[in-house]
Design a protein around this ligand. Structure first.
Ligand code: KG4
Length: 351
């Protein structure tokens, strides 16, 4: 911990003040801002979705996303401050997602955060989005102790980590091709279910038979890496077979069987990772962690194996700024602030 952070935290503790963090998240298509008091109390967590802008293109258009962030970032930050009941003058630290993500989008949030910090003469931290997902569970009342095994499963990432402390993460395995969320989104597109695909596939899956089709589970030889491209191709082939034979596609059954295959792989590998590391706690993070089948099956398997399962509320699974504020708080405590020349990064050094 550097002297500046040490002194700040000591002064705050002595005067019983809480440290107030304003965080900005703009890595993809959501503009989010949050206000966090110390490392525990979420005072505001605001998310502005660009869903309506990208819907007609069937996916996120990076250039449009950056422009939307420019329009939204200040109003969203103001809304977060108003909801938290604090003024900008009371904020002690600004945190922003520095990467990974769409660089144009990241630059909007990061530049906004650096400028605000400079004008207010307060410190700024650049946060790795994955660190946010890995720590999001700590925003909950029911949270794990360190170390724990964490699965981050989102639109761009499917990786397993050991979380040793709020700033110490060790990669155990990751996807060799598509992320699980990407596979959900592509399956939804194929079936004409819209974007983002995960929630749409999941809703239809509730009406389908999970054992109607057997989609392939890859790398089941004890590897902690993932691969979803074969599963995705199998879904495409199955759907094409129905279409070529002019038969109605059993969409709900395909959704349920696909979702089951994804959940099987994620649950088995996460349990294996925890057992190999000798951990008795598992935490999930990322948008796909909001999936009901995955949550239920992870909880059930953990109970069978004598492991504790920690699932963030859905709002802390998908992209949000509260998790960025939390990771930022710990990064500041570790002395890792950024200056005005800090750049965004498209790939995470953690992954
Ligand atoms: O974490 P997130 O909001 O953004 C990234 O960092 O990628 O995750 C978005 C991903 C999308 O692929 C979306 O389809 C998926 O999470 N997702 C879901 C569900 N909710 C969101 N996938 C399956 N089931 C859900 N309920």
């Amino acid at each position: 911990m550097n002297l500046y952070c040490d002194n700040y935290l000591k002064t705050a503790a002595e005067s019983r003040e809480k440290m107030l963090i304003l965080a900005i998240e703009s890595s993809c298509d959501d503009t989010a801002a949050a206000v966090l008091a110390d490392d525990r109390q979420v005072l505001a967590n605001v998310i502005s979705s660009q869903f309506a802008v990208h819907e007609k293109y069937g996916g996120i258009v990076p250039e449009l996303a950056s422009r939307c962030h420019i329009e939204a970032v200040w109003p969203v930050a103001q809304e977060a401050l108003a909801k938290a009941g604090v003024s900008l003058d009371e904020i002690d630290l600004i945190a922003a997602t520095q990467g990974p993500g769409l660089v144009g989008c990241l630059l909007v949030g990061l530049t906004f955060a650096k400028s605000l910090a400079m004008v207010r003469q307060i410190p700024c931290v650049g946060v790795d989005h994955l660190a946010g997902h890995l720590l999001a569970i700590l925003l909950e009342e029911h949270k794990p102790e360190f170390p724990y095994t964490a699965l981050v499963v989102s639109g761009g990432t499917t990786s397993l980590f050991t979380v040793n402390s709020p700033t110490e993460f060790r990669l155990l395995g990751r996807t060799r091709d598509d992320a699980a969320g990407e596979a959900f989104d592509k399956t939804a597109k194929l079936l004409g279910l819209g974007c983002p695909g995960g929630p749409a596939v999941s809703k239809l899956a509730e009406q389908g038979q999970a054992d109607a089709f057997t989609f392939p589970r890859a790398l089941t030889d004890g590897s902690l890496d993932f691969s979803f491209s074969g599963m995705k191709t199998a879904v495409v082939n199955q759907v094409n077979q129905f279409r070529q034979q002019n038969q109605p596609v059993p969409v709900a059954d395909i959704c349920a069987s696909f979702e089951q295959a994804v959940a099987d792989v994620l649950v088995n590998k996460t349990i294996l990772a925890a057992q190999r590391c000798g951990h008795n706690q598992i935490a999930l993070g990322g948008g796909v962690a909001a999936n009901n089948r995955l949550r239920q099956q992870m909880a059930a398997r953990c109970a069978e194996e004598g492991l504790s399962c920690f699932l963030p509320s859905p709002v802390f699974c998908t992209d949000n700024a509260a998790m960025i504020a939390l990771a930022g708080f710990h990064q500041f405590a570790a002395g890792k602030t950024i200056g005005p020349d800090a750049d965004a990064f498209s790939r995470s050094p953690l992954n």
